[in-house]
Design a protein around this ligand. Structure first.
Ligand code: AMP
Length: 395
């Protein structure tokens, strides 16, 4: 696996695929610069070697060259975070971009315009990838957020750098974190899977049963499993077409000696609202007209105890409707438990969509071992898929 440290960038132009797909407000100000900060170590290393950086990214989902999706809006933020003046190319390919790249001096950074202004990017067009490839000497992929896409700048381009391609520090760290859980995690290994639906997590569950000793299933998924086993779930969210599958998963888990932990009690509400009336009930005895929206106190205690036993922990998906204050406790307490285990030496990885949002919202970011920067890319990794952006560097 070739990484940044395998290269000396002195007098070299690094063409770096970053993920600067950051949220902007109505004034086009960056509202969350996590992804830009995450690329800083890679950029700094290259500049310190005496090289220069050509940064390429997409932003949003433009159709053609739409000003609101221009990367010029984020130029100042990149400058502030990296601490180096940025040269901006108003197109990502073409004469102007090529000239700016050719004139780039060691220590300088060139930021290219949005790659997705060209439909060729998402189509994985070879000619477009070749044009991009002419801009730099060494291709660096540091965009985990798009590593699951076989786009021109994330995968196809790597063919034009047979010997001069590598992972950036961020992507390297993401790969190592996933490996630490999925391949060489210290036992016991625990996966906590929450979120709304079983259907969106089936492939992950099936893949993960071979890797873990304990599986906590929480959130809205719970009720499909509980109903499948004959429980009364009242008006809780449930996928009736997945009942058989839920039983099958439980059977497979038993066969593989994986201990499955479901909530035993829940906070039930008489409506899907923060102001609804609530009561704590057994998970298999939820009255009609009530729905389970969070893990109950006994479940929180049980999950805490499981988490403390484990040395490797993966967390994907909230344990309740954490967006509503009254149903956030299960998710917060799970975060506390994982933070405690991490402090005691466990490795913890949080990845994929809403659990990352929850971890940030409740301030657990620095209390877990690693928070992934990729939503879809993380989920596909957990499903056991090889990501095209990673495969292209390894090829
Ligand atoms: P996912 O994107 O699959 O990880 O699902 C995350 C969503 O699941 C969040 O928006 C939560 O509000 C929702 N969720 C978690 N627990 C429940 C529940 N018991 N009932 C309904 N939705 C839930």
């Amino acid at each position: 696996m070739k990484t940044l440290n395998d290269f000396n960038f002195k007098d070299k132009k690094a063409l770096i695929r970053v993920d600067f797909n950051v949220p902007l407000d109505e004034q086009f100000q960056v509202t969350d610069n996590t992804r830009i900060s995450a690329a800083k170590p890679t950029i700094t290393k290259i500049l310190e070697d005496g090289g220069s950086c050509i940064l390429m990214s997409h932003l949003g989902r433009p159709t053609g060259a739409q000003d609101e999706f221009s990367l010029k809006h984020i130029k100042n933020t990149v400058e502030e975070i990296i601490g180096v003046k940025i040269i901006f190319a108003a197109d990502c390919v073409g004469e102007e971009a090529q000239r700016l790249a050719d004139d780039l001096e060691p220590g300088q950074i060139l930021l290219l315009e949005n790659l997705r202004f060209y439909k060729e990017e998402e189509a994985g067009n070879k000619d477009f990838a070749e044009k991009l490839s002419k801009l730099g000497d060494i291709y660096v992929n540091d965009a985990f957020g798009t590593a699951h896409r076989a786009h021109a700048s994330t995968a196809v381009i790597a063919d034009f750098f047979p010997d001069n391609k590598c992972f950036g520090y961020l992507l390297e760290q993401e790969i190592k974190s996933i490996k630490k859980v999925m391949e060489d995690g210290e036992k016991p290994v625990l996966a906590v899977l929450g979120g709304a639906k079983v259907s969106s997590k089936i492939t992950i569950i099936e893949n993960i049963l071979d890797k873990v000793d304990h599986l906590i299933i929480g959130g809205g998924m719970t009720f499909t499993f509980v109903k499948a086993q004959g429980g009364n779930i009242g008006d809780s969210i449930c996928e009736d077409d997945k009942l058989e599958l839920a039983l099958e998963i439980l059977k497979k888990a038993r066969a593989k000696n994986v201990k499955v932990h479901l909530p035993v009690d829940v906070v039930a509400a008489d409506g899907f609202s923060n102001d609804a009336n609530t009561q704590i009930v057994k998970v298999a005895h939820i009255p009609d007209g009530w729905q389970g929206l969070d893990a109950g106190p006994q479940s929180i205690q049980n999950f805490h105890d499981v988490v403390q036993q484990c040395k490797t922990i993966l967390w994907n998906g909230p344990l309740g409707v954490f967006e509503m204050e009254n149903f956030a406790k299960g998710t917060i307490e799970l975060g506390n438990a994982i933070a405690e285990a991490t402090k005691n030496g466990a490795f913890s990885l949080v990845g994929g969509g809403d659990s990352v949002a929850a971890v940030k919202q409740f301030g657990f970011e620095d209390k877990v071992s690693y928070v992934s920067t990729g939503g879809g890319a993380m989920l596909e990794s957990l499903e056991g898929k090889t990501l095209p952006g990673i495969a292209a560097i390894l090829a």
